[in-house]
Design a protein around this ligand. Structure first.
Ligand SMILES: NC(=O)c1ccc[n+]([C@@H]2O[C@H](COP(=O)([O-])OP(=O)(O)OC[C@H]3O[C@@H](n4cnc5c(N)ncnc54)[C@H](O)[C@@H]3O)[C@@H](O)[C@H]2O)c1
Length: 245
């Protein structure tokens, strides 16, 4: 990733921060974009990134993020559309506001980011886009109907974009993480132990274990990989566990 220019949305926390840190360790120049200005500035200062406050649900802000990054660095090598939100609720109790927010950020944000970066990369003739989905997209969870739907949509969108952009030298892939201990995990006593037990591998992931997958998809080592959904979930969606009978 030496000297490559990388944008990471949702880079103030969790997987986005871990991705930004790993990219910088590999020699990249990284722009963190996040709606949380205070955390974004602090993280960017701590890890040696630049920060642009961005609401990925606003197409104009995403266009400005991408065009500003290209104006600053001259090119864009990697776009990680990673920002996401969740509202956990039974489907019958899910509000219009919660639906709109998840669709706008999780699906809209990935579309706006893929379109803006894709235009620049198609013009350059190179680039890699890595979109964050979830293993909930292919194996949905109770009380996460809308969230899971947005993540399935991210995978389908990315595969279609991969087909369209491959002849232009641009790769588009998704990463589908399983449960990670990040700001997205509800702050409930004992939750970590419960989440650990749900993973066949025995513990919920550290975001850095996902960032390694993002790095592979973004890097030249992955230069023949496009339209792929890389599931990293400790075996959680590999199949059913025995029920002991
Ligand atoms: N944590 C998990 O178990 C898990 C599992 C599968 C997938 N994911 C996905 O991983 C991605 C990263 O989540 P995380 O677990 O690191 O959570 P996190 O809450 O720690 O980080 C999400 C980041 O996105 C930012 N963000 C939220 N809305 C935004 C907006 N409108 N514009 C810009 N930034 C915004 C937040 O400020 C935050 O910094 C998300 O897409 C999430 O859906 C998480």
């Amino acid at each position: 990733m030496q000297d490559k220019v990388v944008i990471v949305t949702g880079g103030s926390s969790g997987l986005g921060r871990a991705t930004a840190e790993l990219m910088i360790a590999e020699g990249a120049r990284v722009v963190i974009a996040d709606i949380n200005g205070e955390a974004g500035e602090a993280v960017a200062n701590a890890i040696g990134a630049e920060f642009v406050r961005t609401d990925v649900g606003d197409p104009m802000e995403v266009e400005a993020l991408v065009s500003g990054t290209v104006a600053r660095f001259g090119q864009l090598d990697v776009m990680c559309n990673n920002a996401g939100v969740i509202a956990i609720a039974p489907v019958l109790e899910t509000t219009n506001e919660a639906f709109d927010h998840m669709v706008t950020v999780n699906f809209g944000g990935v579309f706006y980011g893929t379109r803006a970066a894709g235009r620049v990369m198609a013009e350059q003739g190179f680039g890699a886009i890595v979109n964050t989905a979830s293993n909930g997209g292919c194996s949905p969870s109770e009380d996460m109907a809308v969230y899971s739907g947005t993540k399935a949509a991210v995978v389908a969108l990315s595969k279609a974009c991969a087909i369209e952009l491959a002849p232009k030298g641009v790769r588009v892939n998704t990463i589908s993480p399983g449960t990670m201990l990040t700001g997205m995990v509800p702050d409930v006593e004992g939750i970590v132990e419960v989440l650990d037990k749900l993973q066949p591998i025995g513990y919920a992931a550290n975001p850095s274990q996902m960032a390694a997958g993002v790095l592979f998809l973004a890097s030249d080592e992955g230069n023949y990989v496009t339209g792929h959904d890389l599931v990293i979930d400790g075996g959680a969606t590999a199949g059913r566990r025995a029920v002991g009978v």
